[in-house]
Write a protein that binds this ligand. Structure first.
Ligand code: ADP
Ligand code: MG
Length: 349
């Protein structure tokens, strides 16, 4: 590593002027040097660490990867009324099928498989309930029974009908709203990594907040060192570390975004079967073969809880999970059989 101290950080500060900054640290003569780039995409900080021959190859590859993420934001954004997803949502209840672009098709197909496997604990039609709980968080006031029922009636993965022959979707109930927030970020991370690979960058780590995917590890190392987000509460288990290579990792949980009303914490993750924000206070980390899988499984396990959640992940080839959360008053943890092979105490790695 000593002769590989050529290290570049390139950071864009996203603002009205499109200002960007470029910072060069150190020099070296290594064949492959490490570069780090950051850019706000999908309203989140995305980060790419990669090894390349030099700054121009590195920057060209990172630019192309960020451009791919931006392209996917135009497909999946639920804030943008012109996104392909928003346009599809507006077709609900009209009795017509809408042809889908390749990315939307792949994500919805994967989402529906998981919805079936989890009997609707994971459900991309959850949009009306997610919006309801966004309002709850703003107003700090629980929804009334009638409003909750009204929103629940708009949700249900069985009303999202995919036709594999025409690659089209029909939203069979009125006022449906799709929300790909628990899978699209992971998919974007996978796609960005695939772009880097096609451009000859084979040692890379792409991350969009907690969700990350890696190709080959840094030279001479077993994997990219990733700290598993720890829960910040008394009795929580110590932090762990994963060495990530040709795998993805995602964390989700009601611990991070929530609102407290009358002493109860409600999460931004909703149980579509009850319409309620989760109250369990958990952090779920999943490692899987790709980030769309890790991302969606992490949310599914948050809803299902440790028992059913661990079983779900054990039935997914190459995947492992750790669940940490409150059961009653006690902090507990549960993990799948494969987890100890993948993660370990921070000091050992
Ligand atoms: P994070 O927002 O921290 O990445 P997740 O990956 O768990 O956390 O995604 C949470 C998002 O998933 C919510 O903001 C919402 O858009 C969506 N969502 C909430 N509940 C569900 C659910 N039961 N099934 C599918 N998506 C959900
Ligand atoms: Mg997720």
């Amino acid at each position: 590593m000593t002769d590989r101290h050529f290290f570049v950080i390139c950071t864009w500060f996203w603002g009205g002027w499109g200002f960007w900054g470029f910072l060069l640290l150190g020099t070296g003569r290594a064949e492959e040097s490490r570069f780090v780039f950051e850019k706000a995409e999908m309203g989140l900080p995305f980060r790419i660490a990669l090894y390349a021959q030099g700054p121009s190859q590195a920057k060209a590859a990172a630019d192309a990867a960020f451009a791919r993420i931006e392209e996917l934001n135009a497909v999946f954004s639920d804030y943008d009324p012109d996104s392909e997803l928003s346009r599809l949502s507006r077709s609900s209840g009209q009795g017509r099928a809408v042809p889908l672009g390749a990315d939307l098709w792949r994500v919805l197909e994967q989402a529906q498989l998981l919805a079936e496997k989890t009997e609707g604990a994971f459900d991309v039609t959850v949009g009306p309930l997610v919006n309801l709980w966004r309002r709850v968080r703003r107003k700090r006031e629980l929804p009334g029974a009638a409003l909750l029922e009204e929103m629940r009636a708009r949700v249900g993965y069985k009303s999202l009908r995919l036709d594999p022959v025409t690659r089209s979707a029909e939203l069979a109930a009125p006022e449906m709203r799709l929300d790909a927030g628990a899978i699209a970020k992971g998919y974007a991370v996978d796609e960005a990594l695939a772009v880097l690979d096609r451009l000859g960058v084979h040692r890379a780590l792409v991350g969009g907040s907690g969700d990350m995917a890696a190709s080959d590890p840094p030279p001479g190392q077993e994997g990219w060192r990733i700290e598993v987000p720890a829960i910040d509460a008394p009795g929580a288990p110590p932090p762990q570390v994963v060495l990530l290579a040709r795998r993805a990792i995602a964390t989700s949980g009601d611990h991070f975004q929530h609102v407290e009303i009358d002493g109860v914490r409600y999460s931004h993750i909703v149980d579509p079967r009850t319409g309620m924000g989760l109250v369990g206070q958990s952090v779920v980390t999943v490692v899987a073969r790709n980030c769309a899988t890790a991302d969606s499984l992490a949310t599914a396990v948050s809803v299902l809880g440790p028992q059913k959640g661990v079983a779900l992940v054990e039935g997914t080839p190459g995947a492992a999970v750790r669940w940490v959360g409150l059961r009653g008053r006690d902090m507990e943890s549960a993990s799948s059989r494969l987890w100890p092979e993948i993660a370990g105490p921070a000091g050992d790695r």
